[in-house]
Design a protein around this ligand. Structure first.
Ligand code: ZN
Length: 162
């Protein structure tokens, strides 16, 4: 075997290894990343619940009022979650009153949200992301329509009891 052949063989092995690593990343690592799994689940959900909570305070006593809007229309769900990205972030100290629940068959994914956070509770795991701005503005559109329809204030959270 001369040097040229050895060189080509080595190059061949390098290319094959690179290709294998690329395929492994594309087909195994990437689809198992939490953000990808979560987005896939959101896109294939057959029901989404938008949960609005309102907290009333009187002295040191408070009570929570909760209502939810349920979306089962396929096109509406697709529109709600289309064209968004989930970028990981650290835990933050803010307190959330709003949430979203995604359901597919018997599976359920709870997401605690604010204009800044998108905290996903899926089984026993918690994954924290930045709230995708497009998703939050769509959520706010739904809540504004819901408030108009019901005449009840849902999204602002904390206020003294009447
Ligand atoms: Zn938050």
């Amino acid at each position: 075997m001369n040097r040229k052949v050895v060189c080509f063989a080595f190059l061949g092995i390098l290319v094959a290894a690179g290709l294998a690593a690329g395929l492994y990343y594309y087909y195994v690592v990437l689809p198992s990343a939490p953000a990808v799994q979560i987005l896939n689940f959101m896109r294939s959900a057959d029901q989404v619940e938008l949960v609005y909570r309102h907290e009333f305070w009187s002295g040191n006593d408070g009570h929570m009022h909760e209502e939810k809007q349920i979306i089962t229309d396929r096109a509406a769900i697709e529109e709600l979650v289309s064209d968004i990205e989930l970028k990981p972030k650290m835990m933050s100290e803010c307190r959330h009153l709003q949430s979203m629940v995604f359901r597919r068959g018997h599976e359920k994914m709870d997401v605690s949200i604010c204009d800044y956070c998108f905290d996903v509770y899926f089984g026993h795991a918690v994954e924290r992301f930045h709230m995708p701005p497009k998703l939050y503005s769509r959520f706010m559109k739904y809540s504004a329509a819901y408030e108009k329809e019901t005449g009840r204030k849902m999204t602002l959270g904390f206020e003294p009891a009447p």
